[in-house]
Design a protein around this ligand. Sequence first.
Ligand code: NAG
Ligand code: NAG
Ligand code: NAG
Ligand code: NAG
Ligand code: NAG
Ligand code: NAG
Ligand code: NAG
Ligand code: NAG
Ligand code: NAG
Ligand code: NAG
Ligand code: NAG
Ligand code: NAG
Length: 514
Amino acid sequence: MAIRLWLLIHLLLIILSTISVSGNVFVSIDCGASGSYTDENSIVWTGDGDLISNGVSHTVQSNYSISRVYDTLRAFTTRKKNCYSIEAEEGGKVLVRVVFNYGNYDGKSTPPMFDLHFDGNFWITVNTSQSIYYEAIYVVKRKVISVCVAQTNPNQFPFISSLEVRSVDPRAYSHIGPDYALFMTYRIGYGLNETIRFPSDPYDRAWDPTNIGEGLLRVVNDASFINANTPNNPPQAVLKSSMTTPNTSRFITLGLGTIAYPIHYPMYINFYFIEVKRLNSTETRSFRIYIDTLPFSLPIVPRFGNATEYFISNLSVTADTQFHIVATAGSTLPPLLSAIEIFSISDALTNGTNNNDVEGLLSLQNAFDVLQKWDGDPCLPAPYSWDWIKCNDDPMPRVTSLNLNSFNLSGRLPNFSNMDALEIIDLHNNNLSGPVPDFLGTMLNLKQLNLADNQFSGSIPRSLSRNSQLNISDTGNPLLCTNNTSCPRSNSNKKRTNKFPVILAITIPVFFIL
Ligand SMILES: *[C@@H]1O[C@H](CO)[C@@H](O)[C@H](O)[C@H]1NC(C)=O
Ligand SMILES: *[C@@H]1O[C@H](CO)[C@@H](O)[C@H](O)[C@H]1NC(C)=O
Ligand SMILES: *[C@@H]1O[C@H](CO)[C@@H](O)[C@H](O)[C@H]1NC(C)=O
Ligand SMILES: *[C@@H]1O[C@H](CO)[C@@H](O)[C@H](O)[C@H]1NC(C)=O
Ligand SMILES: *[C@@H]1O[C@H](CO)[C@@H](O)[C@H](O)[C@H]1NC(C)=O
Ligand SMILES: *[C@@H]1O[C@H](CO)[C@@H](O)[C@H](O)[C@H]1NC(C)=O
Ligand SMILES: *[C@@H]1O[C@H](CO)[C@@H](O)[C@H](O)[C@H]1NC(C)=O
Ligand SMILES: *[C@@H]1O[C@H](CO)[C@@H](O)[C@H](O)[C@H]1NC(C)=O
Ligand SMILES: *[C@@H]1O[C@H](CO)[C@@H](O)[C@H](O)[C@H]1NC(C)=O
Ligand SMILES: *[C@@H]1O[C@H](CO)[C@@H](O)[C@H](O)[C@H]1NC(C)=O
Ligand SMILES: *[C@@H]1O[C@H](CO)[C@@H](O)[C@H](O)[C@H]1NC(C)=O
Ligand SMILES: *[C@@H]1O[C@H](CO)[C@@H](O)[C@H](O)[C@H]1NC(C)=O
């Protein structure tokens, strides 16, 4: 009974905590796994079987096991770009985290390299020779987030171990415009003995412990309650400890040090400070941040019980750049630091493929199941467009070519009239039926239309046959008549709009006979 009650409360807590950050997004996908699983942080992970139709599930070799979530993965051997799509709120801020744990799942002992994309943007080239994770924070431009892995080298097949998306308060990390993403390099809580994440951190950021350097000291905060109510809202558990120096003549030095992948510049850095004890009337603590030898910040006076954030945005650094936190002349107490986040700033984010084309492609995907396996931005990043389209180089690319030759498409063509930048439509050798749609005639850029070897019926719409620029192939459609006069009588498939030319064709001869 007691256990049940406890379980119930625990469950309620999980549900409540999931809801409180949701209305928003809190999605945890254990790639390559089936079913769902709740981890020690109350995070509910779900398998990816319902989310993606290509790729194959694998398990890492047992001596490379990290945890249940990171031990399964999905690998992609057939297609160059493979994407997960997750619904999100347009204009909302999210944290996206992707983990790769190769674990010699294929027994080849050759960890692959491949590219990671999000929302049509290049993110990074992934080197999987060690298990690694990447995290981005950004403002979503569409209603769907896509995360894709793309093959770049022959025989090096992309894979993915887990994917997480969490909503973040829009006020957090807001010193960077909505057209840029922050790619996390480090997030460290000084003095922590374990990683702090959800549920201590509502956005499920992972605050890692680190060895505090030689000559530095760990201090625990005396405050019984810590107010972390700053825009970035770091967890109380992270602010509970700080590092400091033995006296005011010593300072804290931070280097960017060795990172497992090349740093992308410029950078965005958040420092988190908090006074660790109630100061008496003779004590003061005040310090400044230096970049290399140059003082950068004004004096910072941390408060007891309330966190202070200090950010530096768009900073050009090198791997040798050092930050120093140095006591000011009047300070009786040494400098301290509770936590730090270091990000690189992305290039300007793309707005994605032109929305008319996205909608047109969606109507094709809704009409033909076989096309639904393609996900993510259709055109971007170049050259990783979907296999069956070609795009131009516009900043918001247009789809110029639709290559659905021999795709085993069956049924009628949907209305994709808004894809009006199309120059080539190749539907050769499918099983398409019904009338050739009128709207094809409104595509003013169309130069080639291959309808050959299908089951189209009726006649070629006037709007198409009038276009002398257009090269139409329509052979191999036994039900299609290319001359009005030779059309079979039973045109029951015809749409109302098509009646107009038919009526004309009948009326005019009658008039002449009269
Ligand atoms: C796992 O075992 C293989 C041999 O079976 C060995 O080559 C490899 O180094 C081991 N990896 C780890 C992480 O222990
Ligand atoms: C991948 O990472 C490993 C170790 O981290 C490194 O030795 C190797 O050179 C990297 N590969 C490439 C192509 O950068
Ligand atoms: C880490 O420290 C906290 C208190 O600071 C303690 O409650 C917790 O048990 C420690 N965890 C580990 C893994 O040592
Ligand atoms: C500050 O601490 C360092 C190392 O503990 C020591 O060498 C130095 O003498 C101290 N300076 C003062 C002014 O106490
Ligand atoms: C303030 O605290 C320091 C260190 O605890 C102590 O040395 C000093 O005497 C105190 N001063 C007053 C006025 O209480
Ligand atoms: C701490 O924050 C609270 C609420 O934001 C505020 O009322 C209080 O004055 C702050 N305390 C200090 C020392 O700044
Ligand atoms: C970053 O700084 C560079 C010059 O140092 C400037 O050209 C660029 O516009 C800045 N970017 C942002 C996002 O502020
Ligand atoms: C995306 O759209 C916004 C607003 O419409 C615009 O300010 C921004 O420059 C566009 N970005 C690109 C890369 O075209
Ligand atoms: C073509 O599609 C039909 C159903 O529309 C399916 O039964 C058939 O297996 C498909 N053929 C190929 C080669 O994919
Ligand atoms: C072609 O489509 C028709 C219906 O439009 C269907 O009856 C037939 O089985 C399809 N043939 C193939 C080979 O898919
Ligand atoms: C096709 O869709 C467009 C817009 O998406 C619409 O304006 C047009 O009326 C539709 N045509 C037909 C025949 O439904
Ligand atoms: C269509 O008409 C042209 C001449 O008007 C003729 O040469 C051609 O064979 C006709 N095609 C069909 C399929 O009847």
